[in-house]
Design a protein around this ligand. Sequence first.
Ligand SMILES: Cc1cc2nc3c(=O)[nH]c(=O)nc-3n(C[C@H](O)[C@H](O)[C@H](O)COP(=O)(O)OP(=O)(O)OC[C@H]3O[C@@H](n4cnc5c(N)ncnc54)[C@H](O)[C@@H]3O)c2cc1C
Length: 405
Amino acid sequence: MDLTYTPEDLAFRKQVRAWLEGNLPRTPLRTLDERKAWHRKLYEAGYLGMGWPKEYGGGGARPMEQAIVADEMAQVNAPAPTNGLGLGIVGPTVVVHGNEWQKKRYLQKILTAEEMWCQLYSEPNSGSDLASLRTRAEDKGDHFLVNGQKIWTSGGKVADWGLLLARTDPAVAKHKGISCFLLYLHQPGVDVRPLKQITGSSEFCEVFMTNARVEKENLIGKLGEGWGIANLTLGYERGGRSLARITSYASQYHRLVAAARKLKRNGRPLVDSPVVRQKLGRIWAELEVERYNALRVLTQLERGDHPGAGGSLTKLSYSEFEKRFNELAQEILGPYGQLTDGAPPELGLEIDTAVGEQGTWAYAFLWSRAGTIYSGSSEIQKNVIGERILGLPKEARADRAGAAR
Ligand SMILES: Cc1cc2nc3c(=O)[nH]c(=O)nc-3n(C[C@H](O)[C@H](O)[C@H](O)COP(=O)(O)OP(=O)(O)OC[C@H]3O[C@@H](n4cnc5c(N)ncnc54)[C@H](O)[C@@H]3O)c2cc1C
């Protein structure tokens, strides 16, 4: 594992920091248009799609440079770019599996947020067992006709396009009959319905497809290759912004310690309690372990290796950590931790978008449940680790989605 930065990396970090100082939005971004404008500004500065090929609008940058930008953004709690699924999943999938026409047609518009994307994989009865999905895409000669239902579609209500997995051959083994498509959402056969979550917001949607149309040119890869492509995209989802995530947790941690100094129990600051100190110390030690995990992933990426099943270790580790961290935060903050409109300003307990989109500890606590479910639940990650890293016997159902999720 490489723990040092080269002089070039340090110079690049300085440059990014200076850019952020001059360009960071001064007020919270409230509308989609404001978020798109910020997204475009980041892109024009060269800080989005940094690793994508230059000929399609990317920057051809090294993983370390990408990590530095994400890390510096986390340091100042910069708002995330919009079109996260386009940047994180759809774009990389098109780069690897798309043909020349698809790359030219779609990649640049993801980078500029002109076209917003979502991921249409999960169904009401196919989450972990993704290979059992039932949405059908029938070959009609010059196009495919799609019928079925998706669920848990993040960002579905603002998306223009979706990366779709659908069954094209029901006669073969279930993971061999799936294909991958690009589905245009603004057409008569597609109905996107928002779902209200425990946090109060509606990032998720259900998507119903009734005789929806996909042109032949929007098949990604070959017919029946969808399962392999899904494995790849989920790998991207798990790799993620590992270092930046740690920086966000660290900033939250310092806020929590500051709160523990201000809040009193039995007339004394909470931070004086040996039990509270012990718990804060333990969580800091865990955070350091997460930091080294992130640096290990980054070192692998720099060397051109894909973390593979090792990505499951990182994902399991950080998502379970996030839950423990937010549970400790609730314990320390007591009733203040449940305020959904933020805590009284004199306590200095506000948090910002880096961890909880709505800026409260309550939201961050509720949202922390999500990480252990999306992109493959913790149980599925443990199956992957058991089978592919520890070499334990495989689960009985060889084609179940643990192979991908
Ligand atoms: C925040 C968030 C965003 C998401 N965004 C998207 C999106 O944009 N697009 C999309 O397509 N999907 C999305 N999802 C859906 C996500 O991929 C699924 O929720 C996930 O794969 C789990 O599937 P499920 O909800 O059907 O649960 P199930 O698969 O029904 O699992 C229920 C429980 O059983 C356990 N379990 C299941 N199988 C096994 C097994 N073989 N061994 C041991 N335990 C098992 C699971 O761990 C879980 O605890 C999102 C989910 C979340 C939480």
